[in-house]
Design a protein around this ligand. Structure first.
Ligand SMILES: *[C@@H]1O[C@H](CO)[C@@H](O)[C@H](O)[C@H]1NC(C)=O
Ligand SMILES: *[C@@H]1O[C@H](CO)[C@@H](O)[C@H](O)[C@H]1NC(C)=O
Ligand SMILES: *[C@@H]1O[C@H](CO)[C@@H](O)[C@H](O)[C@H]1NC(C)=O
Ligand SMILES: *[C@@H]1O[C@H](CO)[C@@H](O)[C@H](O)[C@H]1NC(C)=O
Length: 498
């Protein structure tokens, strides 16, 4: 089978070198690494343009350049690639337009009237079946890297309802660097095939004329069955869709996608990125007859074409940790963190961020003893601090965050009992005349360049009640903000200097 189809591919390649008048113009569209060539009929394998094909094939279908090596996917051998649409009109007649570069199975349709395909950001080709319908293909970048979208619209431009509305698309893959010997996967998301998928097979030589679902090719994939890594063989893919009846003026729109990626995993991520529902993936072959053959999943280009909006379930983006956030948007792809917290804003979520915040555990006050005797209320006692340690990032700031005390702030009239200054602070060595003495509690905050921070444990300074008398702290707790001025000054209780 492999030898026979390879031979067929060669013969068709020779036949196809004859110029096809309708394909004299082409529209190449490029992404960073992938190029697609579209001709006047809206099909691939258009004449190479502009310039001369460095690979000497002379056609451009779907090519990729990964790691500097240009690879073709459909241009070599039979240029078989095409599409067709058909519908039954009120008189019971089947009306059709179809097109395929393999002339043997798609004779030029007399009803085909392809529009111009100007090069640009999009390539548009519109064909019409008079008094029945038009088919418009708009090729454009999909927004997903290295994937093109084709918006296909079938419009009932006649005066009667059309039934049995069908669209078929076929592509013979010849994947470099082992053309005519590829592996194919025909797959869809979920357990049930898309509602509108009527028939499919891995036969890239099938006619592009829609019709009998049993005629999509020799190797038909039964309903609700997938073909996974079938090969190595000169394989391709054909998909036939059947849509609901179209009333006059009514239209249906769906998407086709063409693209490539360096690996199988990346190709599937790209399919998910465009919300593909059903697809064909094509791989080159590695190995030999003694070692056995395998699909080249990782070491070359993986090509695909796919459909969306055909009644299936869009392939979701990979979500390894199952937290509902796709891997490529997840700040921690492998640790479930639906909240997506990223405190330091470095793109790596807290749940998986190796960054450690600064450490405040060893901070001590400098310039002030833990217990002050004899208290002198006229002079603020200044202090700094030391002992903070950086985490994974340098320290950006280290400041006194708060100073609190366990006595009301009005005991030294009008003046604040404490101050916060650059790199430190000050406390007033004073206490209420009754009670057990005053306790100040200083908290230091250290922030790093990534915005992560620590706060010190409370650093206590006591104003003793009596010399060397280790009195217990007040039972009130350090609840009063020492940095605000007192509030109960009056003529009866005048402010003192301080
Ligand atoms: C369908 O064709 C009609 C003309 O027959 C046009 O007015 C209408 O805009 C078309 N609809 C779409 C979706 O292209
Ligand atoms: C098959 O591949 C193996 C591993 O690359 C190699 O050692 C061997 O020579 C190859 N055999 C043939 C017949 O090409
Ligand atoms: C392809 O690469 C992926 C990810 O690196 C790896 O898990 C997988 O085993 C590789 N497959 C083959 C066939 O080499
Ligand atoms: C590209 O090159 C890298 C590094 O040599 C290699 O790991 C990777 O498989 C190559 N990818 C392709 C698509 O050739």
């Amino acid at each position: 089978m492999a030898a026979a189809t390879a031979l067929l591919a060669c013969l068709l390649a020779l036949a196809a070198t004859a110029p096809a008048p309708a394909a004299a113009q082409s529209c190449p569209l490029r992404t960073d690494d992938v190029t697609i060539g579209v001709d006047l009929g809206g099909q691939l394998n258009a004449p190479y343009s502009p310039g001369t094909d460095p690979l000497g094939v002379g056609r451009i279908g779907l090519r990729a350049i990964f790691n500097g090596t240009e690879l073709t996917s459909t241009e070599k051998g039979c240029p078989c690639e095409g599409w067709g649409a058909s519908a039954v009109d009120a008189s019971g007649a089947t009306r059709a337009v179809y097109y395929n570069n393999a002339n043997s199975n798609a004779p030029a349709s007399p009803t085909l009237a392809p529009g111009p395909v100007p090069p640009g950001d999009t390539c548009t080709a519109e064909s019409s079946v008079p008094d029945a319908f038009t088919v418009k293909h708009v090729y454009e970048p999909s927004g997903e890297p290295n994937v093109f979208r084709v918006v296909v619209t079938i419009n009932n431009t006649g005066t009667t309802t059309l039934s049995q509305v069908r669209y078929r698309r076929v592509m013979d893959f010849d994947i470099d660097p082992t053309p005519y010997r590829e592996y194919i996967t025909l797959d869809y998301n979920g357990n049930d095939q898309p509602e509108m998928l009527e028939a499919w097979s891995d036969n890239g030589f099938a006619s592009s004329e829609p019709g009998d679902p049993a005629a999509v090719g020799t190797v038909i994939v039964p309903p609700n069955t997938k073909a996974l890594l079938s090969g190595p063989e000169d394989h391709g893919a054909v998909f036939q869709f059947k849509f609901a009846d179209l009333a006059p003026g009514e239209s249906i729109t769906f998407n086709t996608f063409y693209g490539a990626a360096p690996t199988d995993e990346q190709a599937k991520a790209a399919l998910a990125g465009v919300g593909a529902e059903v697809w064909a993936l094509a791989y080159s072959t590695i190995g030999n007859s003694s070692t056995g053959f395998q699909a080249n999943l990782n070491g070359s280009a993986v090509f695909f074409f796919a459909f969306g909006g055909v009644g299936g379930v869009p392939l979701p983006l990979p979500d390894s940790d199952g937290d509902g956030i796709p891997d490529r948007e997840d700040v921690c792809p492998f640790v479930a963190d639906p909240e997506q917290v990223d405190s330091d804003g470095d793109g790596i979520g807290d749940a998986c961020d190796a960054d450690t915040p600064p450490n405040c555990d060893g901070i001590q006050l400098v310039g002030v003893a833990p217990e002050i005797w004899i208290p002198n209320p006229h002079k603020l006692q200044r202090f700094t601090f030391s002992g903070q340690k950086p985490g994974s990032n340098p320290i950006a700031s280290a400041v006194v965050d708060s100073i609190h005390q366990d006595e009301k702030v009005d005991t030294y009239c009008c003046k604040p009992d404490a101050e916060i200054t650059a790199g430190g602070g000050a406390i007033r060595p004073w206490k209420s005349l009754k009670g057990e003495g005053r306790a100040y509690s200083v908290v230091v905050k250290v922030t790093d360049t990534a915005g992560r921070y620590c706060v010190s444990p409370p650093l206590i300074v006591r104003i003793a009640k009596k010399k060397s008398k280790h009195v217990p702290f007040s039972k009130q707790g350090v609840t009063f903000d020492s940095t605000v001025p007192g509030t109960s000054c009056s003529k009866k209780k005048p402010c003192k200097k301080g």
